[in-house]
Design a protein around this ligand. Sequence first.
Ligand code: ARG
Length: 574
Amino acid sequence: MIRYKKLAAAAIANTLEGVSEEDVFGLLEYPPNPEMGDLSMPCFKLSKALRKAPQAIAEGLKEQFSEDAFERAEAVSGYLNLFLDKSKFAVDLIGDILSAGDTYGSADIGKGQSVVIDYSSPNIAKPFHIGHLRSTVIGNALRKIHAFLGFNVVGVNHLGDWGTQFGKLIVAYQKWGNAEKVEAEGITELLRLYVYFHEQAEKEPALEDEARAWFTSLERGDAEAFKLWQWFVDISLKEFEKIYSLLNVSFDAFTGESFYMDKMGPVIERMKELNLLEEDEGTMLVRLDEFNMPPALMLKKDGSSLYHTRDMAAALYRKDTYHFVKSLYVTSYAQNLHFQQLFKVIEKMGYDWADQLIHVPFGQVSLEGASLSTRKGNVVMLEDLLNQAIAKTREIIETKNANLENKDEVARQVGVGAIIFNDLYSNRIKDVVFSWEEALNFDGETGPYAQYTHARACSVLRKAGNGESIDLPAGVTAATLNPALLQNPEAQGVLSELARFGERVEQAMEKLEPSIISRYVIDVCQAFNRFYHGCPILVDDIELRNARLALVKCVQITLRNGLALIGLETPEKI
Ligand code: ARG
């Protein structure tokens, strides 16, 4: 629809003095129902500038409006309502979708610009929990959305692989650990040691000092500490990789916190030169009183670094290395203050790109009311969750379609899709309660429903052709179809949804909100299912059949592209 909006905006702006095409573009709306046209211009918004009553403006515009893509204009209650030439519109749109295929909906507005996205970023030696899942799926979606719009995207996994917890882990391992057990059980055993450390430290606070001392040794490059640390990292990464491969998610850089080991010194020096660092009872901090924020701690008493220090170094490194226009951090809103402080410190250092740093917060996830703190060991292991979803989907497939060929692969695609979609369906800032019934429901507003609708479109296309391929039968093209056969409300409903895809992608990018795509996908599914139930497709009348088939193909392409943007695969058979 962007194209039609632009055409309409140009035609309207042409007849108005002192109002630009961009202004008009920004004012054009989609009317709530088809009787009010395909695009509408609320003229009261121009009343002041033009010193005229809205209805008079609308009537004036109606008189002068001329643009081939539209068959007519009406002036109603201060609105200029524009009606597309439905035949032209259908042919153009179907032609666009069929020729663009995988790239339908994409654009090049990000060309030549880099965006860094810091997502997932789990902590070494701790399980990948459901909060990291949210970061992973939101970040992955933002990455795909930006790439689809032509940005050069750098996906960064800022692994939590540095910090005092490694001191604790080293102490715990040396006192109570055993190498075979760690090798055999991986993160589970490391976590057990970590939890046990906290239990013991409550009784014996000296353990905390021991742990701090070990971390300080690690920061100073002590060989033994380093060797253990590297081992913990390798073990954890191996497990994280399993999850990334189930989710089909990847990164461009695994630059965790430890990567900034040798990059923090210069940043600290610079802060000192700028007189920003203040000593406070042995620690070093940056005051942020003027922003009503608590100070940002940069160095502990023993001189060791903190989460903040490493994020400072990371922000500078990313700017120098990737020259980003936007650098995103996808984490729970529990870290709001951390990022506000971080960005303010960067600003205080005089970097004019501080406003390109953007925190993308999201709400907490709970699973049937369970709280998800790592320390107490009360965690939901994400791998378990994914495997359960896959197993449950496998059972559903067994009852619904026992003859499906690659049941295991489809169960993975749909099971994992259910979890991802569930996470991306609400505004990211909302807290989510995970429920199996909801997530795996094939009829609700879910991933399986969307994937199933896509598979339904594939099935129609297969039946229309040779039984295998989902390509349109030879000779069915936009140029040869009869658009008059797509004038009924169901077909029009589908076309108008399909036309909005590109805009939804841009909105999702601007608002950093993948749920705009998830919701859009559901809208397309619902419009398509109304069409599918209301308009038989494989009819004998070949002209009607071909027109409807072309529409089905366009739905299939749009659903596949939309679902891919939020990280869902689209099996052709379910
Ligand atoms: N490791 C952190 C956590 O699990 C998230 C890191 C987010 N990224 C960052 N640059 N601070 O909470």
